[in-house]
Design a protein around this ligand. Structure first.
Ligand code: PML
Length: 287
C-alpha cells in the first residue's frame, strides 16, 4: 500500500476527497511530473489469498488515519507470488542510546568502520541522509569507493516482497514487548532490514526516518543485527532516508532484483536485547 498527498497545481482538488486505486497485476499508475507527491504511509506483506479482503481493509484504514495527514491517493497493489519465498531468521535487535545527534553520528561512524565500510562510503551516506527531500527508496553505495550504484537516483531502490509468518510475528512482538518497543514502526523496520541484510552482497544498511517526530534510526549488520540509534537526528527535522552499503564488486542488477523481486519470509526470530553499550554490541555475535 502506498498513500500520498499531492502538492502543486492539482491541489485544487476537493478537500477530503480520496482517490483510491486498486491495482491488480498491472503496471504502476503514471505519475504527473508537474506534481510533488508527499509520502504519507506505506506498508506491505506476504499473505494467503484468503486474507486479501481483511488486509485491504487494514491497509486502507491505516492510510486514511495516518498522523501525517489525509492522503489524496491510496494505491493498493496485489501481486500473485509465483516463486517460493526464501525463509530467513530476523535480525537480533538492540538499542544504542545516544544523547545527541552528534554522538549518534560518531557511533554510527565507529560501527560502520568496524564493519569494514570505508570513509568515502560513510561520507556519501551522510550526504544522502542530509537531504531535505528524502528519496522514496534506498540509495546503494559501494562500501569502499563510496560510489552511488542505484540505477535511479531519484527513486532509489525499494526493497519489497517481504513477509513474516503469523507464529514468527507473535514471537517478534513478545521479544520487543520485553523492552517496551513493540510498535508497528519498529516491527516493520526490523522485518524490512532483515530482508535487506539477507542479500549476500549487502554489508549494512543505515536508516533515518523522514518523519520529523521520529528520531530513532538504525544501522544493521549481519553479525550485530539491527542496532537502533536514538537521537539519530534532531526533533522536527524532516531529513531522512535509507542507504544500503554493498560489497565493492557487487553485480548491481542482481542486488536490485533480489531486493525488489525475491520473496522472503521470516519464519524464525533472533533473541532481542535491550539497551547495550557500543562495546557490548561489538563483542556480541548474537545470531
Ligand atoms: C521508518 O520511518 O519507517 C523508519 C524507522 C526506523 C527506526 C525504527 C525503530 O527501530 O525505532
Amino acid at each position: 500500500m502506498r498513500a500520498s498527498k499531492k502538492h502543486g497545481r492539482a491541489k485544487a482538488r476537493k478537500r477530503g476527497s480520496v482517490e483510491a486505486a486498486c491495482k491488480i497485476n498491472s503496471s504502476p499508475l503514471t505519475p504527473n511530473p508537474s506534481l510533488f507527491n508527499e509520502h504519507i504511509s506505506g506498508a506491505e506483506g506476504i499473505y494467503e489469498e484468503a486474507e486479501i479482503q481483511k488486509i485491504i481493509k487494514k491497509y486502507s484504514e491505516r492510510a486514511l488515519n495516518h498522523p501525517r495527514g489525509r492522503p489524496d491517493e491510496i494505491i493498493i497493489s496485489i501481486e500473485k507470488i509465483e516463486a517460493k519465498p526464501r525463509l530467513i531468521k530476523s535480525l537480533p535487535i538492540v538499542t544504542l542510546k545516544c544523547d545527541t545527534s552528534k554522538q549518534a553520528k560518531a557511533n554510527i561512524l565507529k560501527i560502520l568502520s568496524e564493519a569494514g565500510i570505508g570513509k568515502k562510503a560513510v561520507d556519501t551516506a551522510f550526504r544522502i541522509l542530509d537531504n531535505k527531500n528524502p528519496m522514496r527508496g534506498a540509495a546503494l553505495v559501494f562500501s569502499e569507493s563510496g560510489t552511488r550504484a542505484e540505477p535511479d537516483r531519484e527513486r532509489g531502490v525499494r526493497a519489497s516482497r517481504i513477509g513474516i509468518t503469523k507464529k514468527a510475528e507473535k514471537k517478534l512482538s513478545a521479544e520487543l514487548r520485553k523492552f517496551g518497543i513493540n510498535t508497528t514502526t519498529v516491527k516493520e523496520a526490523a522485518i524490512l532490514a532483515s530482508k535487506i541484510l539477507s542479500c549476500p552482497e549487502v554489508i549494512s544498511e543505515l536508516c533515518v526516518s523522514d518523519d520529523p517526530d521520529y528520531i530513532t534510526g538504525y544501522v544493521s549488520l549481519k553479525n550485530s543485527g539491527y542496532v537502533r540509534i536514538t537521537n539519530i537526528k534532531k526533533k522536527g527535522d524532516s531529513k531522512g532516508g535509507r542507504v544500503i552499503f554493498i560489497k565493492e564488486q557487487s553485480d548491481i542488477e542482481s542486488v536490485v532484483v533480489f531486493l525488489k523481486k525475491h520473496p522472503v519470509l521470516i519464519n524464525k526470530i533472533s533473541k532481542c536485547r535491550g539497551i547495550c553499550t557500543i562495546d557490548e554490541i561489538f563483542n556480541s555475535n548474537n545470531r
